[in-house]
Design a protein around this ligand. Structure first.
Ligand code: AMP
Ligand code: ZN
Length: 461
């Protein structure tokens, strides 16, 4: 299996740390709001990694954090904590906010056939691990304390920037003028913040009351559940320059090892070619798409049409196209479910090999979908159906739900049709009293009659 590793900027052969096993950490949601379809594209991408490994026979242990504290409004360690802000605005405790949005998040995952990670640890339940991590960094001289908190000293970690390959000095020169916070270097980042009295979430620590930095959460929890070095770390591309850079710096500073061997990043979803943002009113939730008549599987199908390292432009025309294709695919799959043709085993083996090659080439799902479409054109057979089901263990498109096309227009009892016709004649003769009486008789039999240009139309009540 070849995977694109952001760290080396190349596709590398995947070599597991332990034979046939994969340890995988994915950066999860900050549970202060509903996930939008862009966020969900990223979680679908993470799900595809896991499914691909499982298809290849690996046993996957996947961990995804639930951030319920410490994620500030800006990545530059300032602004309010996102949880605290939501709590203030919605007049609920941060724990109520977190419980509610975590539940919605899990429901979204389920709707989208995203397997729930084996472990979904919450930041607030791992404060001691984070404190221990910060103590370790202080002991080793990688962190220092100033007025508002404890900061990682990037000058002590010369490799800082190796993931994003950003020239840190250049980045800083281009950035806005920093307020003098007392940091030794503008790119130094908070691992622990001192909490002012009014700060709603705070914990006792060796440095007084405070709360953790966002980045330390992932380092502490991945270390706890997957060890000092694990196989895969995934996230959205926006995590490359700060969040993952910082995770690498603090973990490697503490343990001497880079925390993950392969760093995988999913590209962003755009809307109408531009940024997705609440301000522009172009963020949608799964529930909103459902209200508009698009099933979660249609959205998942839409996402699978683009490689995870390519930007994906969301438009309703595109989604409509996905809907038509997905429905056609289901209809075609059903034909195989009930098909009786003899399958050509040699050809099926070829399809299977092509499919595996597509998946193994850095998760080329669009190519794999193309192979599926060619496969469904084969003579209709149960052998093809079971191969489709095997492939769907990676796609996760619920193709086993393919059902018989809906029955043809319903037949109505002669008696009811005769009453409807009689009523039509009565209306034409302007005998409305009789027409109403006949409507009543039709209703009593369990049907409803409507007037149409052609005369009448029946439906079951
Ligand atoms: P956030 O709630 O901003 O922490 O984002 C949650 C996840 O969604 C992160 O993994 C981000 O990388 C990802 N994400 C945010 N915006 C988008 C987008 N427009 N397209 C794809 N992924 C996104
Ligand atoms: Zn993270």
């Amino acid at each position: 299996m070849k995977l694109y590793n952001t760290l080396s900027r190349t596709k590398e052969d995947f070599v597991p740390i332990k034979a046939n096993k994969v340890g995988m950490y994915s950066c999860g949601p900050t549970v202060y709001n509903y996930a939008h379809i862009g966020n969900l594209r990223t979680y679908i991408f993470m799900d595809l990694i896991r499914r691909a490994f499982e298809y290849e026979g690996y046993k996957v242990k996947s961990v995804m954090n639930i951030t319920d504290v410490g994620h500030l409004l800006s990545d530059a360690d300032d602004g309010e904590d996102k949880m605290a802000k939501a709590s203030r605005e919605q007049k609920k405790t941060p724990y109520e906010i977190a419980a509610y949005y975590t539940e919605v998040f899990f429901r979204d995952l389920e709707k989208l056939n995203i397997a729930r990670p084996n472990l979904t640890p919450k930041a607030t339940e791992h404060i001691p691990e984070m404190i221990a991590f910060v103590e370790g960094l202080l002991e080793k001289g990688y962190a220092y304390e100033i007025e508002d908190g404890i900061y990682f000293d990037i000058a002590k970690f010369p490799e800082y920037g190796k993931l994003s390959r950003a020239d840190v000095e250049e980045q800083i020169a281009g950035a806005r003028v920093e307020v003098n916070t007392g940091k030794r270097h503008p790119a130094d980042f908070a691992v622990w913040k001192h909490a002012p009295k009014e700060h709603i979430m705070q914990w006792q620590s060796p440095w007084g009351m405070g709360y953790p930095g966002w980045h330390i959460e992932c380092s502490a929890m991945s270390k706890k559940y997957l060890g000092e070095t694990f196989d895969i770390h995934s996230g959205g591309v926006d995590h490359i320059p700060i969040h993952h850079e910082n995770e690498i710096a603090q973990s490697q500073a503490l343990t001497g090892k880079i925390p993950a061997n392969y760093w995988m990043h999913g590209e962003f979803m755009l809307v109408n070619g531009g940024k997705m943002s609440k301000k522009l009113g172009n963020t949608y939730t799964v529930a909103q798409l459902e209200e508009m008549g698009y099933s979660p599987m249609v959205f998942r199908y839409f996402c699978l049409n683009a490689h995870y390292r390519k930007k994906l432009n969301f438009t309703f025309e595109g989604l409509d196209g996905a809907k038509v294709s997905y429905e056609r695919l289901l209809a075609a799959v059903y034909q195989h479910k009930v098909g009786a043709a003899q399958a050509d085993e040699g050809r099926l083996a070829e399809f299977k090999a092509q499919f595996a090659a597509a998946i193994d080439d850095d998760l080329n799902l669009p190519l794999a979908l193309g192979i599926l479409w060619t496969l469904v054109k084969e003579p209709k057979s149960k052998a093809v159906y079971s191969l489709i089901m095997e492939m769907d263990s990676v796609f996760g498109l619920s193709l086993d739900k393919a059902e018989a096309p809906e029955a043809e227009a319903e037949e109505y009892p002669e008696e009811v049709k005769a009453l409807a016709e009689e009523r039509y004649q009565a209306r034409k003769a302007k005998n409305f009293a009789l027409a109403d009486e006949l409507r009543g008789k039709i209703a009593a039999l369990g049907y409803e009659v409507k007037d149409t240009a052609a005369g009448w139309e029946l439906s079951k009540k």
